[in-house]
Design a protein around this ligand. Structure first.
Ligand code: PRX
Length: 650
């Protein structure tokens, strides 16, 4: 690999051992135990995964654990099961029946608790609503909702009848919803009138209406859950109120036994080229992966109050807010709103109020907490916490240290979990009772994960040498396809080096086998833990009538990890003005959504290109970061362009 991203600064060199007390109670209590089980899991994956999958409820047992015809995997071949049965029904008739499955707090402060029995009932009723509107097994359903229990109910109801959900994050625009509807050919949308975010109301139904205005032919119905009570337009014959529909059905809805490889969900994520990819996950393997990782990584106990702060619009919300914890019979806490509403201490207040024991969040949030200062934290008693987690981007050792001492009081192990929408569940981490943690490193591979760092030819590189992060054998919760595009699936993930899944991250592995993730090696940005393809922002800008050409790169950002920097050339006779800059920013928000809002827009007469016309991103990245441009620039069409780009003046 020619260009390696720089390693994160490492001011913290200490290694943190799990406490004897934690290890004694943990399912995996020593490094040796982890190593033995890991050896088995990669040498005899069929044996290891069969044992784990047997802890789930199967209507029909599989005949073969894995059928691997690279790059297509089938797990638990011939097996039949239902994910909602595994998350709900199997806890009924046990002491978990009346335990809280979901504890919910709305941003304005309302509180709800749904026991396993109550959640089961709501899911059955809503599944009957879907059936009453002719939703069948295999139909695609779009869920565009805020963080309310009904979002989880909608997901589980789809799973119950074999409908395939595609959750669209509330921060995406009408156009993004329309693209996802059309790509998935969805028949129904489930949404809310609105949701609360930082004290204001977000108009979700309005966005759905805009998405359906034109160019969508497959949607028959929109089911609207009333959250805020704001005015919405209900189109007769198409739009239905959730609360009215559930009154019309009963709560009896047996779960449908589904083939292990039946699709469970499609979740769109950004890649380095083209439109967002519909990552397809299936039933048996995904459920096994989410369940097994939740059990070992969070070492979940019945007494735990487990809080994953991710939105259900992202894969973390799927695997570690809904499916994983519920399959484990845990109590999963869900909070609707912003961490700084009404004050900066909202999260700490929630931890104190609910006596949260496990807290799983993202480095971008941790950096914001650090900035807000420790005073608002000290007001609260966080002593209930026993385990902390992080996900989504590398955490700097200094932020790790702060998290460990200020939030964890120095007593909580931290699991830094590396994984992706595509992997479905956690792939690299340190099991909290088994292995020491090195701040800034994600840790060791999870069971069944044969991760390695390789060069461009697929040869493993020596310790502490940067390279490509790959996975060398299939795992149960791996993506099965990009919806409707096998060729892209093959090329993107398995087309680089034979027999290896390419994660798209650069990393190194130290002499103890710990992985240090260095960030994406493709044109994907990680902005506040959200994946954004530079090409998506470029085509959004390109669709504005004033824009001739645009190139988008990331620059390091203290809070968000990366910021979105756009270089734009305008059409002849268009003048660069601050107003136009603002219009372009709005335009990107309109096309993709607030998640992709550009941080900087810089106008230029032309973009630096090679003789063959390829934009030289390396130079743009350096300019965007304020670095000195270095290296061979002799292939530039016009060197004078560079100087002009260096200025953000109009
Ligand atoms: O670059 C890696 C980064 O997030 C990417 C995956 O993004 P997404 O599919 O949106 O899923 C995020 C939540 C699972 C990866 O390719 N990433 C994720 N976790 C970590 C990370 N980078 C460093 N450390 C992590 N723990």
């Amino acid at each position: 690999m020619s260009k390696k991203p720089p390693a994160p600064p490492q001011t913290e060199k200490r290694v943190f051992k799990p406490s004897r007390e934690f290890s004694k109670k943990a399912r995996i209590g020593s490094l040796q135990q982890y190593r033995e089980l890991w050896e088995e899991s990669v040498k005899r994956p069929d044996k290891f995964w069969a044992r784990e999958a047997s802890e789930l409820v199967w209507d029909t047992k599989w005949s073969k654990v894995l059928e691997w015809k690279e790059p297509f995997a089938k797990w638990f071949v011939g097996g039949k099961l239902n994910v909602s049965e595994n998350c709900l029904d199997r806890h009924l008739g046990t002491p978990r029946q009346n335990k809280a499955a979901i504890l919910w707090e709305g941003e304005p402060g309302e509180k709800r608790a749904l026991t396993y029995q109550q959640l089961h009932r709501e899911v059955c009723r809503f599944a009957n609503v879907l059936k009453s509107h002719k939703v069948k097994k295999g139909d695609r359903i779009i869920i565009y909702m805020p963080m309310v229990p009904e979002a989880a109910i909608a997901m589980l109801a789809c799973a119950r009848i074999g409908a395939i959900h595609s959750v669209v994050f509330g921060g995406f625009s009408a156009e993004a919803i329309r693209d996802r509807i059309n790509d998935s050919q969805a028949v129904l949308v489930i949404t809310c009138d609105g949701g609360y975010r930082r004290g204001s109301v977000v108009g979700l139904k309005r966005n759905v209406d805009d998405a359906l205005k034109e160019g969508v032919e497959t949607i028959r119905n929109v089911i609207v859950y009333k959250r805020t009570g704001q005015d919405v337009t209900m189109q007769a014959g198409r739009d239905l109120w959730w609360h009215e529909e559930v009154e019309k059905v009963d709560a009896h809805c047996p779960s449908t036994p589904l083939d292990s490889e039946h699709p469970l969900f499609i979740l769109y994520t950004s890649g380095s080229t083209g439109k967002p990819k519909g990552i397809l996950h299936t039933t048996g393997g995904y459920m096994t992966g989410a369940y097994t990782t939740c059990k070992y990584v969070f070492d979940l106990r019945d007494e735990d109050v487990y809080w994953c702060t991710a939105d259900i619009g992202w894969v973390t919300g799927h695997s570690y807010l809904v499916y994983g914890p519920l399959a484990c019979g845990a109590t999963s806490l869900m909070y609707e709103g912003a961490p700084n509403w009404p004050e900066n201490d909202r999260f700490w207040k929630i931890i104190e109020d609910y006596r949260v024991t496990i807290f799983y969040t993202a480095p971008t949030a941790i950096r914001a907490f650090i900035r807000w200062g420790d005073e608002c934290i000290k007001k609260h008693n966080l002593s209930s916490l026993r385990l902390l987690g992080t996900v989504g981007e590398p955490i700097s050792p200094d932020a790790w240290n702060w998290y460990h001492s200020v939030i964890g009081g120095g007593n909580c192990p931290i699991v830094d979990t590396w994984w992706q929408t595509e992997t479905g569940s956690i792939m690299i981490t340190t099991l909290p009772g088994a292995a020491s943690t090195k701040p800034g490193s994600a840790g060791l591979p999870f069971f069944g994960v044969d991760a390695a760092i390789v060069d461009d030819d697929g040869n493993e590189v020596p310790a502490n040498t940067g390279g490509k992060l790959v996975i060398r054998q299939p795992w149960p919760s791996m993506l099965r396809n990009i919806h409707g595009d096998k060729a892209r699936y093959k090329k993107t993930y398995w087309g680089d080096i034979k027999g290896m899944y390419l994660a798209g991250d650069g990393a190194r592995r130290d002499k103890d086998g710990y992985f240090w993730i260095e960030g994406r090696i493709d044109d994907v940005l990680n902005v506040a833990g959200h994946r954004i393809g530079t090409n998506e922002v470029e085509s959004a800008l390109g669709s504005h009538p004033a824009v001739a050409e645009a190139a988008v790169v990331g620059r390091p950002d203290e809070l968000k990890g990366q910021a979105v920097v756009c270089f734009v050339t305008l059409k002849m006779d268009i003048t660069a003005t601050p107003q136009l800059r603002e219009d372009l920013r709005k335009h990107v928000r309109h096309v993709i959504g607030p998640v992709a809002t550009p941080d900087d827009i810089r106008f230029a007469d032309a973009l630096p290109k090679t003789r063959s016309g390829k934009i030289i991103r390396r130079l743009l990245k350096q300019i965007a970061s304020g670095g000195v441009v270095s290296g061979d620039t002799s292939t530039l069409e016009d060197l004078s362009i560079l100087a002009k780009l260096g200025s953000s003046e109009d």
